[in-house]
Design a protein around this ligand. Structure first.
Ligand code: PEP
Ligand code: MG
Length: 315
């Protein structure tokens, strides 16, 4: 009986009408790679590498990072591991980086901007990732990309280091979590290998509502039609160029939202490990045709609560 349960966990998640959706994990610690596999995760859709950099007085060296990425890639046994480069910044300060005070840290030097400002740190992280890439199926993802130029600059650096190390070719993608990248998704789609939509930040920046402010929590809803239209536009742009799109923001773990995201044709949903079995069960129980219909109607709603009412009606 246990064997049957385990076997079910590993099976892909396919809707009743035959549409497959990849279910991946968001992780932020070395042991979680093995747990992803046990929970039936088909990939790590987002490795938040901040855990290697926080709560210490000096940055991790290249070798220390290499060991961590390598052991996670190995624990995944060939399943993809998307390593997001450091997404530190004003709101997640690091004691060994001296940063000027920022009045608006969420609009400050965070994500890829900070990596560009700290070239030695960025290089050592990319070297560690590229070295680990020969031990598994690793992809690189950049946070907070706002323009094609930024992506090209980051990708050039990856290529330069790859040649230096004589490492294998590797997929390079971006988080779509700033409105500018969703708006320019058609241009970015020509250059990236994949997109992963970060609905936490995309919602915050689209609605101009701090994602951590409890007074705004009810209104800062990723089901706001403006956010859903950006998701829709991003997916269409990616598919037009034959690229795949995931969603790794918290919205993917909300069952009402998951149905809409699937209806919008997202290829992968990446959620916390405890959410994996439930999400797979939900997908196996639903019809893709119904999800598409739901998504079409959601895009025409005027507000997030209207979208929520729609999903309640369907469920
Ligand atoms: C996001 O912004 O949706 C995301 C997944 O990244 P983080 O929560 O780490 O900012
Ligand atoms: Mg983010």
């Amino acid at each position: 009986r246990r064997a049957a349960v385990v076997e079910a966990a590993y099976r892909p998640a396919i809707t009743v009408d035959g549409h497959r959706v990849e279910v991946a994990a968001n992780i932020g610690a070395v042991p979680e790679a093995g747990r992803t596999v046990e929970a039936g995760g088909e990939a790590v859709g987002l490795l938040r590498t901040e855990f290697l950099f926080q709560d210490r007085t000096d940055p991790p060296g290249e070798d220390e990072q290499f060991e961590a990425y390598k052991s996670m890639a190995e624990a995944l046994g060939g399943l993809p591991l998307i390593v997001r480069t450091l997404d530190a910044g004003g709101d997640k300060p690091l004691p060994y980086i001296s940063m000027a005070h920022e009045d608006n840290p969420f609009l400050g030097q965070r994500g890829i901007r900070l990596s560009f400002a700290m070239p030695d740190l960025f290089r050592s992280q990319l070297r560690a990732i590229l070295r680990a890439a020969s031990h598994g199926e690793i992809k690189i993802m950049f946070p907070m990309i706002t323009s094609v130029h930024e992506f090209r600059r980051a990708r050039r650096l990856v290529e330069e280091i790859r040649v230096e190390l004589d490492a294998p070719e590797i997929d390079v993608g971006i988080m779509v979590e700033v409105p500018s990248s969703a708006v320019l998704a058609d241009m970015l789609a020509r250059e990236v290998d994949f997109f992963s939509i970060g609905t936490n930040d995309l919602t915050q920046y689209t609605l101009a509502m701090d994602r951590g402010n409890p007074a705004l929590a009810k209104d800062a809803d990723g089901l706001h039609p403006a956010v859903l239209r950006m998701v829709d536009q991003t997916v269409r742009a990616a598919h037009g160029e034959g690229k795949w799109v995931g969603v790794c923001g918290n919205l993917a773990a909300d069952p009402a939202a998951a149905a809409i995201l699937i209806g919008l044709d997202v290829d992968e949903l990446s959620v916390g490990i405890p959410n994996i079995p439930g999400l797979k069960a939900q997908i196996r129980d639903m019809a893709y045709e119904d999800a598409k219909d739901l998504a079409r109607r959601a895009l025409m709603c005027e507000a997030a609560d209207e979208v929520r009412a729609l999903t309640a009606e369907v469920a």
